[in-house]
Design a protein around this ligand. Structure first.
Ligand code: AHR
Length: 495
């Protein structure tokens, strides 16, 4: 049996540009996210360039990571930047109280992060410490990174090996300050935000986007209070929402062992992103009708139980075809809201939560989610196009969602790209789309699919889930037809 889906693409009615930063990554000092995942140190046997592992750097370059958010997460409001600069053997060893109570050697600090971003060609997004820091500490951190002067702090940067200021593209004024970032009320944080943000000062002629620490999921009251009190002091507001397959933080379910009901429940949970983005945007519209303030979904992704036998504080999880479908669905939602959603950061880049990459010492494996980011590359910087889809629902038990999710955009070379996700794990879908304003006469692209819902790549079998050429699409006149396999992510170029 097949699902029959129809749609209409209006390429003659271009929308907002999908900022490349919608494809951003989050990298926290958490488990093996930074240490081992990115940074192995210059003396490591793992092949590296100045301490950064070569395999991971090459893989990240391949998907054109546009921006990396660092150092947290919850870690950020416990982080004191001065402990992470200067000779590495002199830096203090701290306890990572948030994540596993393990030793934090501070060997990856500001210089290492900023240089890493330069190495992979990504913009920099640094999250500052409001919860346990001061405006002065924050101001001096910014000065250390961006000051072109010969101030004592700027000269410290030079002494640590960096003459020219770095470009600090985005600065987060705290993280989850309603929770691990200080257990604040919205009103209290709003005042603190105004205060701290004032001291994020960058040299004339340069620009750093100031990001306010936004709501958790459906906490609309947080957005309301913050926008009412500080819309004019911010350039962006963050939103965090995680997909929890079981709906329970206590037992989120296994990444690899799940039944179809959990697959269906996961899809319902992940599609809540549409409602969250819509409703938070509507509140923002009241205070910022010109949409000057971006909505940055700077933590999102699927959160499973950790892999058996691993440190519960390290949040290390496998990544299956289910995760890939979740990624595709969310990216389609972000494309649709490109006017407000101008940056997102999937949690997290390596070895943590819904990662692009998993490592085991010298071994590395690319996850199905990585391949979705690879497929979706043409959408970075493309102009979103309205695509109305009428899809029957995929239903199991109480869970019911449209079987096919889709989005479209035109890149700067004029080529239209279509992303189609079939969330039904059993039935293929025939998609028929009426094209208006599309010059392309042929459709070709790639597909990511697998024979089972839980298919994943391992260190022993790293290529089980990998994109393949997609040949089941054609254009006749002004109609595109494509037959999507069950549980698949397809990206087409209309050329
Ligand atoms: O990504 C893991 C954690 O989830 C982050 O540190 C925190 O901001 C969120 O609660």
């Amino acid at each position: 049996a097949q699902t029959a889906v129809t749609g209409a693409l209006r390429a003659d009615q271009p929308g907002a540009v999908i900022q490349p930063e919608v494809y951003g990554q989050f990298a926290e000092h958490l488990g093996r996210g930074i240490y081992e995942g990115v940074w192995v140190g210059e003396d490591s046997k793992i092949p590296n360039t100045k301490g950064y592992r070569n395999d991971v750097v090459a893989a990240l370059k391949q998907i054109h990571v546009p921006v990396v958010r660092w150092p947290g997460g919850c870690f950020a409001d416990d982080y004191h930047w001065r402990e992470g600069i200067g000779p590495r053997d002199k830096r203090p060893t701290k306890v990572n109280v948030m994540w596993g109570g393990v030793e934090e050697p501070n060997s990856f600090g500001t210089n290492e992060f900023m240089d890493f971003a330069e190495l992979i060609g990504a913009k920099t997004y640094v999250a500052g410490n409001v919860g346990s820091g001061t405006p002065q500490e924050m101001a001096e951190w910014v000065e250390y990174m961006v000051s072109p002067t010969k101030s004592t702090i700027a000269n410290q940067r030079r002494a640590n090996g960096r003459d020219k200021p770095w470009k600090l593209d985005f600065f987060g004024v705290g993280n989850e300050n309603w929770g691990c970032g200080g257990q604040m009320t919205a009103a209290h944080y709003t005042n603190l935000y105004r205060n701290f943000a004032e001291f994020v000062r960058v040299p004339a002629g340069t620009n750093t986007v100031k990001v306010a620490s936004g709501p958790n999921a459906e906490d609309y009251a947080w957005t309301e209070t913050l926008m009412a009190g500080a819309a004019n002091n911010m350039n962006a507001l963050s939103l965090h929402y995680y997909t929890i397959p079981t709906g329970s933080w206590k037992d989120k379910g296994s990444a690899t062992e799940f039944n179809e009901q959990l697959w269906a429940d996961t899809m319902v949970s992940t599609m809540r992103m549409e409602e969250l983005v819509t409703k938070h945007s509507a509140i923002m519209d009241k205070y910022d009708p010109e949409k000057k303030v971006g909505l940055y979904v700077d933590e999102w992704g699927i959160w499973h139980n950790v892999e058996p036998g691993t440190n519960p504080g390290f949040l290390y999880q496998q990544n299956t075809m289910r995760d890939a479908v979740v990624a595709g669905v969310n990216l389609n939602i972000f494309h649709k809201h490109a006017d407000r959603v101008r940056l997102t950061a999937i949690a997290q880049m390596v070895n943590v939560l819904q990662a692009m990459i998993l490592t085991d010492k010298e071994k590395m494996v690319l996850t199905p989610t990585y391949w979705v980011y690879d497929l979706y590359k043409p959408f970075q910087g493309a102009t979103s196009l309205p695509l109305e889809i009428s899809s029957p629902n995929y239903t199991l038990g109480k869970s019911s969602v449209p079987a096919v999710s889709a989005s479209a955009a035109r890149d700067t070379a004029g080529v239209v790209h279509l992303a189609l996700v079939n969330v039904d794990p059993n039935k293929s879908a025939t998609v028929t789309i009426k094209l208006t304003g599309v010059a392309g006469k042929a459709a070709k692209g790639r597909v990511l699919t697998a024979s089972t819902m839980a298919a994943h790549n391992t260190f022993d079998a790293p290529n089980l889930v990998k994109p393949a050429a997609f040949t089941n699409a054609s254009i006749k006149g002004d109609v595109l037809t494509a037959t999507l396999p069950s549980k698949s992510v397809v990206v087409l170029d209309l050329n």
